[in-house]
Design a protein around this ligand. Structure first.
Ligand code: UD1
Ligand code: CA
Length: 499
């Protein structure tokens, strides 16, 4: 293959008007990657230098290409979108190779193998133009390929007669053209009398009529589908997604209800892993071997080691998780969480910007934010790190072996020392030394027999009794609790009794 003599011209300046969205369709995500990057990567695989023609939302499309780290891309602006023929003309100054490979940016399924095949065929035939065609049941939206008496031409759908519209051989939209032919003919393109646009495919009829050699290669439709509408986008993404799922199945991954799973292009999954119904695996996510991901869980930009279980309905983002870990169900890890091995994170636990050491447990209903939790730590149910005072975030440190009792409020900045213990229900606002027991709660007092007295009084009241005085219930004063009809009121400061 003579790639050294080829330059690619990729058309991406159009308005995407059939998408009916403000954003250029070329920025639409297909399995986590912008549409425009698919054909560009296929060209990059052949090391073909690229001229990218931009217009509508040029800056945004260029930014996507730059952030993908693509090299060897020259950008040309087509300020006014006058048609595909005009777009190619705009790139004239970059034609520095013998052959110009022209394709449209809205063909995300184009494979590097197909590009290679077209270049080979072009080389062999010495034609002025090599084009790709496909047969399709519903050719709506595509240019039709008409071949008669040895002449070949492409008629755009809007310019077709009703009879021509029935033709189901379409122009797939990838061409290889000899540069000399392109240079001598592109300025001869006229405007369509129907749409006023300058059509690139009109070059085919010119080459054919002048007997300069036109080679039409029939290619599989699924490799050249164009994306003009959101329906097309849906169809194309289904194909891409199935490709990835089939690939990972072949590597030993079990997908439960595979058609319900979303998987992005940069996801990797180890053999023996199980991916439940409705799971989304997004961004740069990597799942190790023998993992289990329960139904409806979302994992994004996260690395998970082997033998780990993420139970159903969990959301895990931007995290690194070790092996033999359990997360969820209904857990949320976000913004840079590092979890070591053998950790258990249970239901309704939220963890943000934190590290959790080996074999630690945060099993129920907790918020751990801006924290460093050591190894072998137990965090009791309902514990909250108070990391935010309305102005700044502060850090909580819980050292190895510490036991944080249930329903603790840890007011950061705070440190709980090695092997320390905090009593259930504590508000901890002073550092706890190693091996200490912290108790931060009011002392309990039992008023013997008081519940019965209270009940009796209430019963009497609901039977139409009068205001009565009862014995005080506070620890240390003699204020009286006064019972009214239908309600028991207390001194508001005591917060005891009913209202
Ligand atoms: C085009 C072909 C049609 C073919 C189909 C294959 C033309 C006139 N028609 O139709 O024969 O069957 O692709 O998918 O070429 N663009 C520009 N500048 C412009 C106009 C378009 O850069 O002035 C870009 C668009 O951003 C798009 C690509 O060219 O990425 C193709 O344009 P589009 O409008 O999608 O062409 P189709 O109508 O699909
Ligand atoms: Ca198109």
């Amino acid at each position: 293959m003579a790639t050294s003599t080829t330059r690619a011209v990729v058309l991406a300046a159009g308005k995407s008007s059939r998408f009916k969205t403000k954003k250029s369709k070329l920025l639409s995500s297909i399995c986590g990657q912008e549409m425009i990057l698919y054909p560009l990567h296929a060209l990059e695989a052949h090391k073909i230098p690229i001229t990218l023609i931009l217009g509508h939302q040029a800056e945004e499309v260029e930014a996507a290409v730059v952030s993908a780290g693509m090299k060897d891309v020259s950008v040309i602006l087509q300020a006014e979108q006058l048609g595909t023929g005009h777009a190619v003309l705009c790139s004239k100054d970059t034609w520095d190779a013998d052959n110009i490979l022209i394709l449209y940016g809205d063909m995300p399924l184009l494979s590097k193998e197909l590009i290679g095949q077209l270049l080979d065929e072009h080389e062999k035939s010495a034609a002025a133009v090599t084009l790709s065609t496909a047969y399709v049941l519903d050719p709506t939206g595509y240019g039709r390929v008409l071949e008669r008496d040895g002449l070949i031409e492409i008629i755009e759908e809007k310019d077709c007669t009703s009879e021509q519209r029935l033709v189901n051989r379409i122009n797939a939209g990838v061409y290889v053209m000899r540069r000399d032919f392109l240079e001598s003919h592109i300025t001869k393109l006229g405007k369509s009398s129907v749409t006023g646009e300058i059509y690139l495919p009109d070059l085919i009829a010119m080459a054919s009529q002048e007997n300069l050699g036109v080679k039409a290669i029939s290619v599989p439709y699924d490799l050249v589908r164009g994306v003009n509408t959101l329906q097309d986008l849906w169809g194309v993404e289904q194909i891409k997604r199935s490709e990835f799922i089939k690939y990972w199945m072949a590597q030993g991954v079990r997908f439960e209800l595979a058609q319900s799973i979303h998987i992005d292009i940069n996801v990797t999954i180890g053999a023996g892993s199980f991916i439940g119904t409705g799971v989304h695996l997004l961004g740069n996510t990597s799942i190790g071997e023998e993992c289990f991901v329960g139904a409806f869980t979302i994992i994004e930009d996260t690395i998970i080691a082997e033998n780990t279980t993420i139970h159903s309905h969990s959301v895990v983002q931007h995290s690194i998780i070790g092996s033999n870990v359990h997360v969820g169900p209904f857990a949320r890890l976000r913004q840079n969480v590092t979890v070591a091995n053998d950790v258990q994170i249970g239901n309704f636990v939220e963890i943000k910007t934190a590290t959790i050491g080996d074999s630690s447990k945060v099993k129920h209903l907790s918020y751990i934010g801006d924290a460093t939790v050591g190894a072998g730590v137990n965090i009791g149910a309902g514990t909250v790190t108070c990391n935010y005072d309305g102005v700044k975030k502060s850090v909580t440190i819980i050292e190895d072996g510490a036991f944080v009792g249930s329903n603790n409020t840890l007011i950061a900045p705070i440190a709980v020392g090695k092997n320390a213990y905090t009593a259930a229900g504590s508000v901890v606002n002073t550092d706890v030394p190693a091996d200490a027991l912290a108790i931060g709660r009011t002392r309990q007092e039992n008023k013997l027999g008081y519940a019965k007295k209270l009940r009796d009084a209430m019963k009497k009241d609901s039977a139409g009794g009068h205001i009565e005085k009862m014995k005080p219930i506070s620890h240390d004063n003699d204020d009286e609790i006064i019972q009214f009809r239908g309600a028991v009121k207390t001194d508001p400061d005591q917060k005891i009794g009913f209202e």
